[in-house]
Design a binder for this molecule. Structure first.
Ligand code: SF4
Length: 377
């Protein structure tokens, strides 16, 4: 391995996660290499070297890696799991493809399912010279950055659904990301986060707009990746829908690496086991348990709808989708299921979102009318 301070390490994109990795690697004394955000070329390069029927995230991650190595990074790395689904095969398969392409010994694996130890061991591989304190500081940094980024995303969602001129809240959010990226310490991060949130909150909004509330669930990569989900949050925001998801990196970290004493209340995974129980009794891989329980959770809160989004051929999410009809017996909430692959066209996709939004609007108005009549009686 090259000397740590000279090596550049890349992670695959997934939403805004690259900001957190860059900060964490900087603390470790290693440079992060950020490949271009996932785009059509990434997909085409990834697809070219992927097994035909593998799921979409694999193709995009491989595409990110090839673009990073072509661009001059030294190592690529990703999270793996022992996995019931194909995620368990990703690491070995990607390593083999990269070797065939002439990039031997350039793959570092992060086994986050080993919890805190997995993260600590990975940082040791990324910089074998880093001492204990440096690695702990790096973990502390990544956790704090992830929480700040998720907080900003949820503020953005509120303002985007109500903004007077479409795009302003996202512009402020992007400026906020630049501030976050410059933060050299957690103290500077706090300051940057406050400023970023303040900027988003300055977006002029229409407080009387009829806003719908929708949860997004499904396979975590697709839920968080703007390219493969065709920026679903932005499209729904344009239609006056405030979105929310429990499948965030911060909630994943709470379950995967935070010690119990640092967690407040029930975590997403704990809630998933509790609420999925009547329909799904065990973890079948991916985010199936979370998806099923998220439908029950959305129903419990009486929100307007839930969208389940997953990659084509994703086994765990095919199971979730087959459980939803049964859930409808107990859950009175509109559910839209979207399956994404490299062929998904934008126009048809937007039409489905618009139709779903119309349905939720009509349903909400009808409910409000019924409640008014009841109150008047
Ligand atoms: S959860 Fe689905 S998309 Fe993700 S790795 Fe497993 S099978 Fe593939």
């Amino acid at each position: 391995m090259k000397k740590a301070e000279k090596s550049k390490i890349a992670f695959p994109h997934m939403g805004t996660i690259s900001y957190a990795w860059r900060a964490a690697l900087r603390k470790l004394g290693v440079e992060a290499y950020i490949p271009p955000y996932t785009n059509k070329r990434t997909l085409s390069v990834g697809t070219k070297y992927s097994p035909e029927s593998i799921c979409l995230p694999y193709k995009l991650i491989l595409g990110n890696f090839i673009e990073a190595l072509e661009g001059g990074c030294d190592y690529v790395s990703m999270i793996t799991s022992p996995g019931i689904c194909r995620l368990g095969e990703y690491g070995q398969s990607i390593e083999n493809v990269l070797k065939d392409l002439g990039y031997e010994n350039r793959y570092l694996e992060l086994s986050l399912y080993d919890g805190f130890k997995g993260m600590y061991d990975f940082l040791g591989k990324a910089n074998p010279e880093a001492n204990f304190f440096r690695k702990i500081e790096s973990i502390y940094t990544v956790i704090n950055f992830v929480f700040s980024l998720d907080k900003m995303a949820s503020v953005l969602s509120y303002y985007r659904a109500r903004e007077e001129k479409f795009g302003q809240a996202e512009q402020a959010f992007n400026k906020g990301l630049e501030l976050i990226d410059k933060a050299q310490s957690v103290r500077e991060l706090r300051k940057a986060e406050r400023e970023a949130v303040r900027m988003i909150k300055q977006t002029p909004i229409d407080r009387n707009r009829e806003v719908l509330y929708v949860d997004i669930t499904g396979e975590i990569y697709i839920v968080l990746d703007f390219f493969s989900n065709q920026n679903i949050n932005r499209e729904l925001g344009r239609m006056g829908v405030q979105t929310r998801t429990s499948l965030t990196v911060s909630s994943f970290l709470k379950d995967a690496i935070l010690p119990k004493w640092m967690k407040k209340g029930e975590t997403h995974l704990e809630r998933a086991f509790r609420l999925a129980k009547p329909y799904l009794m065990r973890d079948i891989g991916g985010d199936s348990l979370e998806s099923v329980s998220d439908v029950a959770y959305a129903n419990e809160r009486g929100i307007d709808g839930i969208i389940h989004i997953s990659p084509f051929t994703c086994m765990p999410e095919i199971v979730s989708q087959n459980i939803f009809p049964k859930m409808r017996e107990n859950c009175d909430i509109p559910i839209l299921t979207l399956i994404m692959d490299e062929q998904t066209g934008k126009a048809g996709y937007i039409t489905r979102l618009e139709a779903f939004t119309d349905l939720m609007k009509r349903r909400k108005r009808k409910k409000n009318t019924e409640n008014t009549i009841k109150e008047g009686v």
